[in-house]
Design a protein around this ligand. Sequence first.
Ligand code: R5P
Length: 268
Amino acid sequence: MSSSLAPLVLKPLEGVEAAKRAAAYASVDNHVLPEHKVVGIGSGSTVPYVVERIVQQGPKVNAARWFVPTGFQSKELIVQAGLNLGDVDSFPVIDVTIDGADEVDPSLNCIKGGGACQLREKVLAEAAKTFIVVADYRKESPQLGQKWTQGVPIEVAQFAYASVMRKLEALGGKPVLRMGGGAKAGPCVTDNSGFVIDCPFPASSFSSPSDLLAKIKLMTGVVEVGLFCDVAKAAYFGNADGTITSRTAAGEVKEGISFDVQRNPVVA
Ligand SMILES: O=C[C@H](O)[C@H](O)[C@H](O)COP(=O)(O)O
């Protein structure tokens, strides 16, 4: 362990938040290595713990790195942490991207886009030599659509939303245009000025997530679909008992991994 790192002072967390933090820390320890100079930072409520652990690796290793965000939220995380902000224009090849997910199946297919960031997230996932998913135990699922029941998030060009919704209905979906919520009248608008349609499908549609993805992606007006198929190399799930489950795309599963979040990261 690097002796130059100050002892960690972590605020106590419980339940789901503790699970998110443990999964995020484990993913950074295993995949953000000193030789990695370009790191993609995903979106959502788990990713702040990813950035926290990266900062704990120390200013020396991070001074030589660039961090590429998947949207406004992660850009702010990078800037607030004092890390070097990069862009995928400048770094089209990323060493490792770490991101959250709304649901993950045993093959590591994911539903993403609960925070409407799926377009930039997918660009950074595909640009990465290694794409890693971090989540809490609620997201691990035998088949997509069982845990994240509000539907597949689909970003569309604004003027095409009604036409895409009709096509999604014809595909067996029950599309709903996502609204901005209490803070905004009208639809949710993404970082790319698109609208988002949330579309639940019958369970049979998720027997092949990549087929479903291909069908939706071909609809004119669709910008990106929150189905990530065959992209993730590994996933880390924080469990309610404080342990971690890891899964790899190759099918390796490790359950009950103990992880001490109070321990400093190992930095060469
Ligand atoms: O658009 C948002 C993203 O796909 C998030 O990564 C996803 O919603 C998971 O977020 P959280 O870590 O808050 O569950």
